[in-house]
Design a protein around this ligand. Structure first.
Ligand code: ACO
Length: 331
């Protein structure tokens, strides 16, 4: 028999430095009206100085351990969804493990871009269900600003930095992560790219420099999401035997407020059921869903207990959907 999963604690962290739309208008040819009309974003947070994805992830994870009064030595596995880590290795997971003092935990990174939290949740669920681990720390963290081309107005206005974290444990009662689906569509791999410059053969002629900035076909991504996400949301609703009316809250990846509004309308989730925070943070990649959950609970918009449909999409293209239960102890 497989074990059920408990979401015991959830939290997030963003850096302190705020970059407003007006700040960006001083750097590139843009303005607050364009950004707000097309994306709903007003400002975003970016790392500065020594800050990086591992540090943000550590801060979010520490909050989760404190909230749940968990001894770091009891954590058995740390999964970190990090698509913009500051090092290829050591992994962000090992850096976070060391900073937290989770000496008994295995630790590894995964990469699924903005779908990282849901991909990580599915891995944690599988480990807990199988009985291999009972206490898992899931961290999703991105410092995308380090890889944004700050001269490209079509991408630099969209992203911010942040980290989310959740403690997942073996449950002795209900299952908080009952339904979860993942999709990968490598045929659409060119829609969003972050290249790692890697030509270093000493015998090769010097080639043109590779870009190490995010390149995105924004309009194509928009169309892709509007076509695929409704199908995936309907699929998981059918699997669970629920309709959108049975779902208390809809929390999609926060990439564009206009996209969230259009998806919510198409999927019949009224405004009061839709949780957003993109206005303050921009697209914080895999951290967007845990941050929206945390703020929804803390701000009182999410009433516990509740069933929440989360869905994310990102470079790859990757998609993740899940129906999760948030209970009173998450307050
Ligand atoms: N300020 C002012 N004008 C701008 C800006 C800007 N910041 N950016 C683009 N423009 C201009 C363009 O140059 C273009 O001008 P033109 O008509 O003279 O050529 C015009 O605005 C329209 O450009 P589009 O790119 O067609 O604008 P669109 O309405 O599609 O909005 C946007 C762009 C906001 C990026 C939208 O396509 C979008 O949100 N797409 C989805 C992005 C997304 O979800 N990405 C997921 C990333 S997740 C991950 O894994 C990293």
């Amino acid at each position: 028999m497989s074990n059920a999963v408990k979401i015991s604690a959830i939290d997030f962290c963003v850096p302190e430095t705020v970059v407003t739309n007006n700040d960006l208008a001083n750097i590139v040819d843009t303005n607050d009206e364009w950004i707000n009309q097309r994306t709903g974003i007003r400002e975003r947070r970016v790392v500065s100085g020594e800050e990086n994805a591992s540090i943000l992830g550590f801060k979010a994870a520490k909050k989760v351990l404190e909230k749940s009064a968990t001894n770091p030595l009891d954590i058995e596995l740390i999964i970190v969804a990090a698509s913009s880590p500051h090092k290829s290795y050591p992994s962000a997971a090992c850096e976070i493990q060391a900073a937290l003092g989770c000496k008994n935990a295995a630790a590894f990174d995964i990469k699924a871009a903005c779908s990282g939290f849901i991909y990580g949740l599915s891995i944690a669920k599988a480990y807990i269900s199988s009985g291999m681990y009972e206490k898992i720390l899931l961290v999703s963290t991105d410092a995308t600003s380090k890889f944004v081309d700050w001269t490209d107005r079509s991408t630099c206005v969209l992203f911010g930095d942040g980290a989310g974290a959740a403690l997942l444990e073996k449950s002795n009662s209900g299952n908080d992560v009952e339904f979860i689906n993942l999709v990968a569509d490598g045929d659409s791999k060119d829609l969003i790219i972050l290249d790692i410059p890697n030509e270093n053969c000493p015998l090769a002629e010097k080639n043109e420099q590779h870009s190490s900035h995010i390149m995105m076909q924004g309009r194509e991504v928009y169309k892709y999401v509007m076509q695929k996400i409704p199908l995936e949301v309907k699929k998981i609703l059918t699997q669970s035997g629920k309709t959108s009316a049975d779902i208390d809250y809809f929390i999609p990846h926060q990439a564009n407020l206009r996209m969230i509004e259009a998806l919510s309308e198409r999927l019949k989730f009224p405004e009061e059921k839709v949780i957003t925070n993109i206005q303050k943070y921009g697209n914080i990649s895999a951290a967007s869903i845990p941050s929206a959950i945390t703020e929804g609970i803390e701000g009182g918009k999410i009433k516990l207990p509740c069933d929440v449909l989360i869905c994310a999409f990102g470079a790859g293209m990757t998609i993740g959907t899940a129906i999760i239960t948030l209970r009173e102890y998450l307050k």
